[in-house]
Structure formats: C-alpha cells, structure tokens
Design a protein around this ligand. Structure first.
Ligand SMILES: [Zn+2]
Length: 311
C-alpha cells in the first residue's frame, strides 16, 4: 500500500555524518532508498532542521542540506523533487517516488523574508515556523513564556501566503497556532504531531486545534516518537488510540503519518524504519476499512498535495 510520510530528519543527519548513504540500508540512518522501496513510499518529506549544536545556524547549513538532497538523495532516477502539482502526475507516470523539502523552524532565515523566496526557488514547499524554542518569528512549544508571532513573524505568514509556501504548526506554541488561524485563511498542516487528549504533551495537538485544521482542510501527520504516543510503555497500539481519537473528531480524511525517522533514537517496537510500513498497514487493516487505511497511508496527503502545491 502506497505511503506518504511527512517528516524525517535524514538531511540534518547527513549534514553531520558524511558516512550515511541514502542508497544503502543500515549505513547509519533510518531512512534509505531500499527502506522507502520496502515501504512502497510514494512521497517522503525531508526536513531542513538546524540542530541547536551547529556552530552556524544561518542560511548556509540550510543551503548545504538542500545540496545534500540533490547530491545524495536525488542522485538516482528512482526519486524526484516535488515542487509543483504537475510533478506528482509525472512521478506516478514514471513509477518514481517523490521527495518534498520542508523547513523545520525559520531560525536560519534570520528574519530576512527574501530568503523565503530563495528557498521557494530551490524547491522548499513547507515552512515549520519554529522548533521547540523561540526564534525571530514566534515561540516554540517548550518556550516557557508561550508567546505568539512577532511583527516580523506576521509578515512572514503573509510572505508564505504570497509565495505559496504552506505553513507547518508542529512545534509551534498554542498562542502562535491561534494567531496563525486568525490571520491566514489558507490551509496549514501539522507534519508530525499527535493528539494531546490521548497523550498530554505540548508537542501534541488539542482537540480544538485538530478541529481548526479539519475546518480549513489542512492535514496532520501522526508521529511515531514514543513519548508523543503514551506516557507508559508506548507501543504501536497507542498509535491506533490516537487514530481513533482523530477520527472521533472527524479527521478520517485529514490524517496521515509523519514518522520523524532519523529525528529520535529509541524506536517504537516494530516501527523502527520506513521498511516497517507494510507491517503497520497490515495492522491497520485489522481495525479500519481498506479505504480508510489507504487514506491514512497516502491518499489524504495526496489530495492535499494535489490541491495545495503551486501549479
Ligand atoms: Zn520535529
């Protein structure tokens, strides 16, 4: 069953570890070309994340990760960069997979909105406003003051709307979520977040936030990070509890998966790399209708990409 996964940190791993080879499974990363093939991946999102420990957290490491995408990920003709709606059709016609670039935290943009245009030109299509802490645009979920957007951050929202960059609210503090919903009418997404009602963690979404995303036909990628799934002995059944909750709120056509592979170490038993997706599909088929499972695994995100990528 085809899979769309809306978050992985392979590129930030590659940035610090030159040994990782995309075309070889087990070369030091969770995500690899053979693994994605085993997953029957249709589209994989690749985050551009600047680790807190990098000496330079400006545009240059972001640009370097985009180079790594070109040099190391897109080097085979099995995967192409998806920039426009038309790329989706072309990719399917050729039996290829697609990669999508998403910025995780605008820290490196440094408040210079021209950089957003540059990133758009290079193929970036999704913009996560923050990581866990505050940056020039807004506060992340772990920033204790919990502020919303700065004036410059609001200008950034307008610029994203103008360019056709889609905003990602995973990691954004609640106040920022509210403000974004109030000041932009476009659909936005949460690429890797679960339900706070099921697992009380600030990285997860409240019911109200989930309903807001549904109301504007956005999408949510459920993540496999154990501590966003359950407090005690998280396992793959907890993922189903989250799915049930999302569905009870009316999100059956709005959810998918954003694993966060390569972004965390301790894996959920049985769900440790993209190659485990077929097993997850089998499990889901025991509890949900086939049409629903296809929706969760790829179709919900596919329709979103068709409707929202620039033409
Ligand atoms: Zn993240």
């Amino acid at each position: 069953m085809k899979v769309i996964d809306t978050h992985c940190d392979l590129l930030s791993r590659m940035l610090i570890d030159p040994v990782i080879r995309f075309e070889q499974e087990g070369s030091g990363a969770d995500v690899s070309l053979p693994g994605l093939r085993k997953a029957d991946a249709l589209v994989q999102f690749f985050a551009l994340y600047l680790s807190e420990t990098l000496p330079d957290r400006g545009m240059s490491p972001i640009l370097r990760m985009i180079e790594l995408m070109q040099e190391k990920v897109l080097c085979s003709d099995q995967i192409i960069l998806i920039k426009f709606g038309t790329d989706l059709k072309r990719m399917v016609g050729r039996g290829q997979m697609g990669g999508i670039l998403s910025l995780e935290g605008v820290d490196g943009v440094g408040g210079n909105l021209d950089n957003l245009g540059k990133l758009f030109e290079l193929g970036v299509r999704f913009i996560g406003v923050t990581w866990n802490y505050a940056n020039w645009a807004a506060d992340g979920v772990m920033e204790s003051r919990g502020a919303g957007f700065t004036d410059r951050g609001r200008e950034m929202i307008e610029e994203c709307d103008r360019l056709g960059l889609i905003i990602d609210v995973s990691h954004l503090a609640d106040r920022g979520f509210q403000e974004l919903a109030a000041c932009s009418a476009r659909p936005f997404i949460a690429s890797h977040s679960n339900a706070r009602t099921i697992c009380a963690h600030p990285r997860n979404l409240s019911d109200e936030q989930i309903q807001t995303i549904i109301a504007r036909d956005g999408r949510i990628g459920l993540t496999f990070v154990p501590w966003f799934l359950a407090k005690k002995q998280p396992n793959v059944m907890d993922l189903l509890h989250h799915i049930d909750h999302f569905c009870s709120l009316g999100a059956v056509k709005h959810i998918g998966f954003g694993s966060d592979f390569d972004g965390f170490m301790e894996k959920l038993p049985g769900l440790s790399s993209p190659a485990d997706y077929p097993e997850l599909a089998n499990l889901l088929l025991r509890y949900y209708r086939e049409e629903e499972v296809k929706g969760f695994l790829s179709r919900n995100w596919w329709t979103f990409l068709q409707n929202n990528l620039p033409t």
